[in-house]
Design a protein around this ligand. Structure first.
Ligand code: FNR
Length: 372
């Protein structure tokens, strides 16, 4: 179908499934075990209902914000997803270019198919990029990578903490990861031994250190001045510890359902984190000094605005952009972001919110969330 027939982000998934090579579809779409968490991620948004306000002049609506102090045209960012070249020869470059055009921030994955420097070089002057970090067993490699990223102007370091071991993504494991795969050599080669017999994820992840611990946080703080964010927090206790250690924020995420199955959705966790950090540290959200992010299952601006209403600074969106560039290259991602833009405009008007400051907790009925 032509792009003009694509009306929402779900459409990209259906098209990607039909046109993508089986192996790439298996890697992108798969989730852990019975994929219950993956399904729950989007479903959780279905339990939240709006309480919109009327008769407010909504001629002009503005959904721009700042993320870690940097301007973003929307309260969302393109989150890190590995192996972009499995879906399209330009890989993550598609995302860099579309992010620039739409004024949103891209999080570069450690396991990008494109070289890290290629993605930084491709950015427009002033374009903000973050880095997702998998911590190597060899800390010298990690230190070098982090300090290089800081020198290259990366504005936030998102340390993935939910993947001491990769989850079982059985759809992916049934595929062999062949030597001639274009994405085999990730641009930021971190690996030691590669086992190709059980899918892409296992082949590229053996360098990740399962020994990573809270004790390592001061070390990260000693090697970089970039804001540090933990990606993959799933309960208020760990969010509180991150705050007490002076980190810049946490991403409430279950890795797109690809790690521990039966983890709760990020939006579900958000409610308890906001409640407990208010009760225990007097914090209110959204908060400039300690920012809460959510990802997983976000498919519409409507979803994003629910997370904002409940206290998130911004949300991450993953698979929809992968499906968009796998099917249509840069134009697909461009169109996906345009769809979100149009959805934000309409939703802000229908909510009676002129700015994101007016998207407040009273605007949602989240009483059906378990964590409420
Ligand atoms: C991911 N994600 C991920 N996260 C991370 O910290 N490092 C990584 O290398 C990857 N790689 C990756 C690959 C693919 C194909 C997917 C789908 C996801 C997880 C990602 O950052 C995010 O948490 C989820 O993708 C969000 O869920 P949605 O938007 O994909 O539903």
């Amino acid at each position: 179908p032509s792009l003009s027939e694509i009306l929402n982000l779900h459409d990209f998934e259906a098209i990607a499934r039909a046109v993508m090579p089986e192996k790439a579809w298996a890697y992108y779409s798969s989730a852990a075990d019975d994929e219950i968490t993956n399904r729950e991620n989007h479903a959780a948004y279905h339990r939240i209902w709006w309480r919109p306000r009327i008769l407010r002049d909504v001629t002009h609506v503005d959904w721009s914000t700042t993320i870690l102090g940097h301007p973003s045209k929307m309260p969302l960012y393109i989150t890190a997803t590995a192996l972009g070249k499995l879906g399209h020869p330009d890989g993550e470059l598609n995302l860099t270019k579309a992010a620039a055009k739409h004024g949103v921030i891209q999080m570069i994955p450690t396991l990008a198919s494109c070289a890290f420097d290629e993605l930084v070089d491709a950015a427009q002057p002033g374009q903000v990029q973050f880095l997702q970090l998998y911590v190597n067993k060899d800390r010298a490699i990690t230190k070098k990578f982090v300090q290089h990223a800081e020198e290259r102007g990366i504005k936030g370091l998102f340390i993935t903490v939910d993947a001491p071991q990769l989850g079982r993504r059985e759809k992916d494991m049934r595929q062999k990861f062949e030597a001639e795969d274009p994405a085999e050599v990730t641009g930021n080669n971190q690996e030691n031994k590669v086992d190709r017999s059980q899918g892409a994820a296992r082949a590229i992840s053996s360098f990740i250190d399962p020994g990573l611990d809270w004790k390592d946080i001061p070390w990260f703080q000693s090697i970089t001045k970039m804001p540090l964010i933990l990606k993959g927090v799933q309960c208020w206790e760990d969010a509180l510890q991150a705050y007490d250690l002076g980190l810049a924020g946490v991403v409430l995420s279950n890795h797109g359902g690809r790690q521990l199955d039966f983890s709760r959705s990020g939006i579900e966790v958000l409610v308890e984190v906001v409640r407990e950090l208010r009760a225990r540290r007097g914090l209110s959200f959204p908060n400039e000094k300690f920012q809460l992010f959510v990802d997983g299952g976000v498919r519409r601006a409507n979803d994003v605005l629910k997370a904002v209403a409940l206290g998130a600074t911004a949300v991450g969106v993953g698979r929809p952009f992968l499906y968009a560039f796998s099917s249509y290259g840069f134009e697909g991602v461009d169109h996906a972001l345009q769809i979100l833009h149009d959805e934000f405009e309409m939703n802000m008007r229908l909510l009676g919110a002129r700015t994101l400051k007016e998207v407040v907790p009273e605007m949602v009925d989240a009483s059906s969330l378990q964590s409420h």
